[in-house]
Design a protein around this ligand. Structure first.
Ligand SMILES: CCCCCCCC/C=C\CCCCCCCCC/C=C/C(=O)SCCNC(=O)CCNC(=O)[C@H](O)C(C)(C)COP(=O)(O)OP(=O)(O)OC[C@H]1O[C@@H](n2cnc3c(N)ncnc32)[C@H](O)[C@@H]1OP(=O)(O)O
Ligand SMILES: Cc1cc2nc3c(=O)[nH]c(=O)nc-3n(C[C@H](O)[C@H](O)[C@H](O)COP(=O)(O)OP(=O)(O)OC[C@H]3O[C@@H](n4cnc5c(N)ncnc54)[C@H](O)[C@@H]3O)c2cc1C
Length: 669
């Protein structure tokens, strides 16, 4: 927990004293409201003070014990939620702070939303109360051994039998085995299963079905259902707490009314009826989860940067040639140029995540009113932001590990497990490359419609300004000129549009559109990234333009926003130069300004990570401790490793002793 208790010494007090802003108000800006800070604080402390939620030994547990520990934590969390009558907001935060992937994530995060989004009112009335009370546990079974990205390529079949008014669920091939769904392996009693609907001899493509998998009496798999866990995954602890599973059906029958029928129906005579809605609504659960993943990216990256900033402030190496105290590694310019852009990215992802949540809610209301006009915008933004933020976060966590030197490689730093748990976010809910190609296709379509005078809307509205953006010249003359939000916005818009137009022209030169899209797919990825980075930068600028209370808070956020934008300019300078958006001199000025911003950020760095308001329990890192008292903690932690249970290790008698004795004999010869 935070420092302040009797006898505790705050080794980072000096760092905290140099902050030039009101940390308490920054906590509000980060969390979204005073209420959000208070609820998060209460839930974090509730979890941290409960011994069942202990996690410091997690990376040392064998898989079976780890899984049992996950079951215990989930059951205990549920007990506390019920006993304390927690609200949905409080319950979600409790889950977040328990910080152990498990079946509940999929139950609440995908099974329930799939029924809400794709079930009829009647189906919702039947299934949701059961799920809400945990009388059933559900998962989301879409991916198969042979196909994940290509949803249309799934092979599981659901064939309607009008004689019995049932669907027959079947896995016709090995590759049709469901493979990966979280919670499926050991915990779920039910699943929303995605399968090809076949009726009257015709294949109508992929649809969702609610299928019971296990007995509600003794949890054994039902007849015709083969179930299991798919095996250990990357890293210690980490995502191994989750029972990602395999599932096969051998002609398993389910009642017709277990097909999710909001988007399309099958009558009892076997007639297929499609409601007058876009078929992509079938993908609605993925869109919902992609949006939550963007919000989670800022949490993971802020955790990693909190650890790396605090540790870098207490760690000292080398010193002035004239003697005197050693230098805090945070004072090295190289450390700052690697770490501060990540800190700025954590804030950027937080604010774009907040905006994406608003967009998602807005689109959902429109869909309820049968207005489908913003569906494409929702798909492009959720897919693109999910891809860009998760890739940057995974890379950022690994960079934070390196920023902590050797100690960052210890499990007790928390960083290896954080990375191993986080990195599959680049793959699940849509492989990042596949998602970026979706965004790029939409951008190419938008470019092709510009000539016809169709005005792009939403986050693509800037493309309508094509005449100006294709020829504008960046007006920056001094390093300070880069502090203008208008200048930053314009170069990001010009870069994104010019890259998109160039790519569209190259595709048009190909023998066919399909061939062009295929040949130029590496360029298309970069087009999509440029567009999504523009969105993140724009939303950060818009955030900073709002009324933000608290002494110095707005100034710090403006600084972070400029760091984020200019760091991207520096990193992607090739894009900006090759599209003629700026000159090499202007690129050098951007880098010069970036250096000045790092210097301004330095005295505020520790306070900026304090504003995340994370407990030591949630951080789970001896290096990121609030009090900065790292060395005794590292030393104590080492002795907890089971390898240190005895001074002479197991295996000495069988393998070390004979070897040593043999060497001794040989040396005497
Ligand atoms: C203890 C107490 C507990 C308390 C409570 C806890 C509460 C918890 C709450 C929340 C927690 C949330 C946590 C969630 C946990 C996350 C864990 C992750 C688990 C992982 C799950 C998964 O991975 S599920 C499987 C995901 N799979 C994928 O993502 C597959 C990716 N592939 C696709 O999406 C599609 O195949 C693809 C889009 C690539 C192609 O589709 P296709 O049909 O072939 O379409 P295409 O021809 O390309 O396009 C046609 C047309 O459709 C448009 N389009 C495509 N997708 C969408 C879409 N999603 N929406 C709208 N439109 C779409 C596309 O643009 C084309 O348009 P046009 O060009 O025709 O206009
Ligand atoms: C930890 C974890 C949890 C998961 N949980 C669930 C779950 O709960 N439910 C569920 O249904 N699924 C789940 N999944 C599965 C996940 O959704 C898929 O793994 C994901 O969608 C990627 O699909 P894939 O595995 O088929 O990858 P592939 O598509 O086989 O990707 C392999 C490579 O091919 C490339 N590639 C593929 N298609 C293209 C293309 N068109 N153009 C260019 N390159 C391409 C990719 O970029 C990648 O480099 C989970 C996966 C993981 C890792």
């Amino acid at each position: 927990m935070e420092a302040g208790g009797a006898g505790e010494v705050d080794h980072l007090a000096g760092e905290r004293a140099t902050a030039q802003f009101d940390v308490d108000h920054m906590k509000v800006a980060w969390a979204g409201s005073r209420h959000a800070v208070d609820v998060a604080d209460r839930m974090a402390r509730l979890v941290a003070s409960d011994p069942v939620f202990r996690k410091d030994n997690r990376t040392m547990l064998p898989r079976k014990e780890l899984f049992k520990d996950t079951l215990r934590k989930a059951a205990h969390a549920w007990k506390r939620i019920v006993e304390l009558r927690l609200t949905e907001e409080e319950a979600n935060l409790l889950r977040l702070y328990v910080d152990q992937p498990g079946y509940v994530d999929l139950h609440w995060g995908m099974f329930v939303p799939a029924i809400k989004g794709q079930g009829t009112e009647e189906q919702q009335k039947k299934w949701l109360p059961l799920a809400y009370k945990f009388q059933i546990i559900g998962c989301y079974a879409q991916t198969e051994l042979g196909h994940g990205s290509n949803v249309q390529g799934l092979e599981t079949t659901a064939t309607f039998d009008p004689k019995t008014d049932e669907f027959v669920m079947h896995s016709p091939t090995l590759t049709s085995s469901k493979w990966w769904p979280g919670g499926l392996g050991k915990a779920s009693t039910h699943a929303v299963v995605y399968a090809r609907l076949i009726t009257e001899g015709k294949d109508y493509g992929i649809h969702g079905f609610i299928v019971q998998l296990r007995s509600l009496e003794d949890h054994s798999p039902l007849p015709g259902v083969t179930l299991g866990d798919i095996g250990g995954k990357f890293g210690s602890g980490a995502y191994n707490s989750m029972d990602n599973g395999v599932l096969r059906f051998d002609h398993v029958r389910i009642p017709r009314d277990q097909m999710l029928m909001r988007l399309s129906q099958v009558t009892k005579e076997g007639k297929y009826v499609h409601s007058n809605v876009p078929k992509q609504l079938l993908y609605g659960t993925m869109v919902f989860v992609r949006q939550t993943i963007v919000a989670d990216a800022s949490k993971a990256l802020s955790r990693a940067t909190c650890i790396a900033v605090r540790y870098s402030a207490m760690r000292k190496q080398f010193g002035p040639q004239t003697g005197g105290p050693e230098t805090q590694v945070l004072n090295y310019k190289t450390q700052q140029s690697r770490l501060f852009p990540l800190l700025a990215s954590a804030y950027a992802f937080r604010f774009v995540g907040e905006w994406l949540k608003w967009l998602y809610t807005d689109v959902t209301h429109k869909l309820e009113a049968k207005d489908f006009s913003t569906l494409q915008e929702a798909h492009a933004c959720t897919a693109g932001l999910k891809a860009v933020t998760t890739s940057a976060t995974a890379d950022g966590i690994e960079e934070c590990r390196k920023l902590c030197g050797g100690h960052g490689y210890l499990n007790s730093s928390g960083l290896p497990e954080l990375f191993a748990t986080y990195v599959p976010a680049c793959t699940y809910e849509g492989d990042n490359v596949v998602l970026l190609l979706q965004v790029a296709r939409i951008l190419m379509k938008t470019v092709s419609q510009l000539a016809s005078g169709k005005q792009p809307v939403g986050t693509m509205a800037y493309m309508g300004n094509v005449q100006y953006l294709m020829q504008c010249k960046c007006g920056v003359n001094t390093a300070e000129d880069w502090l203008s939000p208008a200048a930053i916005r314009e170069v990001f818009e010009a870069r994104a549009l010019r890259m998109a137009v160039n790519c569209a022209q190259n595709i048009n030169r190909a023998p066919s559109q399909e061939e062009g899209l295929y040949e130029l797919s590496p360029d298309l990825l970069e087009v999509a990234v440029a567009h999504i980075q523009l969105i993140i930068v724009t939303k950060f600028i818009e955030k900073v333009e709002q009324d933000i209370p608290g002494e110095g808070v707005k100034e710090q956020l403006r600084n972070l926003c400029n760091v984020y934008a200019l760091y991207l300019v520096h990193k992607h300078l090739g894009d900006f130069l090759s599209t003629g958006c700026m000159t090499a001199r202007q690129g050098a000025l951007a880098n010069q300004q970036l250096g000045k911003l790092y210097a301004q950020l330095r005295p505020n760095a520790v306070a900026l990570v304090d504003a995340f308001n994370y407990t030591d329990h949630y951080l789970g890192s001896v290096l990121g401790r609030y009090d900065g008292n790292v060395y005794p903690a590292l030393y104590d932690e080492a002795w907890k490793d089971p390898l240190n249970d005895s001074p002479v290790p197991d295996g000495y008698r069988e393998h070390l002793r004979p070897l040593l004795k043999q060497q001794l004999k040989l040396s005497r010869l």
